[in-house]
Structures are given as structure tokens and as C-alpha cells.
Design a protein around this ligand. Structure first.
Ligand SMILES: C[S@@+](CC[C@H](N)C(=O)[O-])C[C@H]1O[C@@H](n2cnc3c(N)ncnc32)[C@H](O)[C@@H]1O
Length: 273
């Protein structure tokens, strides 16, 4: 077995990373062996995985999430109140969604009032955001595809989607390895609070990704304040970062701002270049 294969096996055997999409483990193993010798590569790969995945998923207690879903199953045919109660509890497990809870309903109402109701939504690096589907007001027939790199989370989301009963699906997929087929078909792509995490894995990837996505609308967001209310110049920093990319690619956009998150909505058909 080559060194990359050995690093991959170690990651796959580790308690913390065994549930990460295998493509991601292969990619990070490759990243590590390109930079470090065999001895240090496993440690470097684990550090990188902690930075881009572990830091988010550590606080997430998947058993507690399953508990909520089991409660729904035990409720026979759960109604909307039951879904929403379970989903609110679940979304508190991940900082990104927890921070969005106070304004998520307003955000989706504002968003779809501006861009119209989509037919197909692709939520890239979704985290727990798919649990907010009942607040999106999607209506019948709308497809929603959620993508992230944790197999347990994707299974939990699919269980939840089964209860919701729409055309919704979650898939374990590494968007730095390739884009899913739906990237060609969706009319709205969500990239919520995700670009900084992708940049930590592949510097310069945001520009390439935005260029490659063919959706009519891209909804890109950044945190502007942490949960403790500290801003530390975050909004200004991300604003400069994303505007430079839009400028380079000649993309027009409009902005929507809420308590702790700023959304940039790009209409690819309305480029200014
Ligand atoms: C800050 S969280 C954002 C979660 C969600 N979009 C939200 O705003 O609620 C970043 C997410 O990116 C996911 N992620 C990181 N690298 C990824 C990759 N290469 N492909 C797909 N998802 C990835 C992580 O697992 C994590 O759930």
C-alpha cells in the first residue's frame, strides 16, 4: 500500500472521522502526503479534517438528533407542529443554523419574494440547514437536494425528509472532488457560510466554484457576528473578499442583511460583464 493509502486507512479507522465521505478522506490524505512525510502526514490530515469538519460536527450529537427523529416516528403521523419542534431542537446542534433561527423564516420569505419560487434548490455543504425546509414555504413539486460530507448526518436528513414527504434528498458528496449533477439543473444554489471553510481546504476555490455553478441564482452567505455578538470586522472582510470575485467574474448581485449573517444573491443571467 502506498503512503496515501495508509493515511486514508488510518483516517477511515479513526473514531472521529470514520463517518466522513470517503472521497473527502482520500482528498485530505492526498493533500497531507504532498506536504508531509509518512510520519507526520496522518497528524496533518487529522488537523486539517478538524479544521474543516470536526470543528462543526464535534458539537453535534448525532444520537440526540436521532432521538428527535425517533420521537417523530413514534408520533404515528406527525403534524407540522411536531416537525417544527423537532427541527428547531436539531438545528441548535450546529452554530451556523443556531445563529440563523431568529430570522430564518423572514429570510426565506424575503428571498423568494425577490427571486420567485424555485423549482429545484441545491444546498451545498448544507450542515443542518435542510431541517429548515418547513420554514421555506416551498410548496408541492419543488425539489431540494442537500449535500454534505457526513454519512450519519445525510442519513438523518433523509429520515426527516421521508416524514416531510416532498421531493427532497440528502447525499454524501465532496464538492471539492466534483460537483453533483444537480449543479447543472438547479435554479437556486445555496452556499451558506461555506466559502471560508472551502478556502481553508483549497485557497482560491470560491472563484472557481462560483464560475462553475450554472444555477440561475446563487445565494452566498457569511457570518457577520459570532454567537456572542462580537463582529471583529468580519462583515467588512468577507464583503471585500466576495466583491472582488464578483468583479472579476462580472457578476451582478444584491445583498440581504440580518442580525448576524449577510447574504449575497447572484443572478447569473444578469451579469454585468
Ligand atoms: C460552516 S458549515 C455551514 C453549514 C450550512 N451551510 C449552514 O450555513 O447552516 C460548513 C459545512 O461545510 C461542509 N463541508 C466542508 N467541506 C466540504 C466539502 N468539501 N464538500 C461538501 N461539504 C463540505 C461541512 O461539513 C459543514 O457542514
Amino acid at each position: 500500500m502506498d503512503i496515501k493509502g495508509m493515511v486514508f486507512q488510518e483516517l477511515k479507522a479513526s473514531k472521529k472521522y470514520r463517518y466522513v465521505c470517503e472521497d473527502t478522506l482520500q482528498r485530505i490524505a492526498g493533500w497531507a502526503v504532498e506536504r508531509y512525510d509518512a510520519k507526520k502526514a496522518v497528524k496533518a490530515a487529522k488537523n486539517k479534517l478538524h479544521q474543516v469538519y470536526g470543528a462543526y460536527f464535534e458539537k453535534m450529537n448525532i444520537d440526540k438528533i436521532r432521538e428527535q427523529l425517533d420521537k417523530l416516528a413514534g408520533a404515528g403521523t406527525p403534524d407540522e407542529t411536531a416537525f417544527k419542534t423537532a427541527a428547531l431542537t436539531i438545528m441548535k446542534h450546529h452554530t451556523s443554523t443556531a445563529e440563523r433561527l431568529p430570522f430564518m423564516e423572514q429570510f426565506y420569505a424575503d428571498l423568494f419574494a425577490r427571486i420567485g419560487k424555485p423549482r429545484k434548490i441545491l444546498d451545498l455543504a448544507c450542515g443542518l440547514n435542510p431541517f429548515s425546509v418547513p420554514w421555506m414555504g416551498l410548496g408541492p413539486g419543488v425539489e431540494y437536494i442537500a449535500i454534505d460530507i457526513d454519512t450519519r448526518l445525510m442519513a438523518a436528513i433523509n429520515t426527516y425528509f421521508k416524514y416531510l414527504g416532498g421531493s427532497y434528498i440528502a447525499r454524501c458528496w465532496d464538492i471539492l472532488v466534483s460537483l453533483p449533477q444537480e449543479a447543472e439543473e438547479a435554479d437556486v444554489v445555496f452556499l451558506l457560510k461555506t466559502l471560508p471553510c472551502l478556502e481553508q481546504q483549497d485557497k482560491g476555490i470560491s472563484e472557481k466554484l462560483i464560475k462553475a455553478l450554472k444555477a440561475k441564482y446563487m445565494v452566498i452567505s457569511f457570518p457577520s457576528k459570532s454567537l456572542t455578538g462580537k463582529s471583529r470586522g468580519m462583515a467588512g472582510h468577507y464583503n471585500r473578499f466576495i466583491l472582488e470575485i464578483f468583479d472579476k467574474l462580472g457578476l451582478g448581485h444584491f445583498k440581504m442583511e440580518y442580525a448576524n449573517e449577510v447574504f449575497y444573491i447572484v443572478n447569473s443571467n444578469n451579469s454585468c460583464g
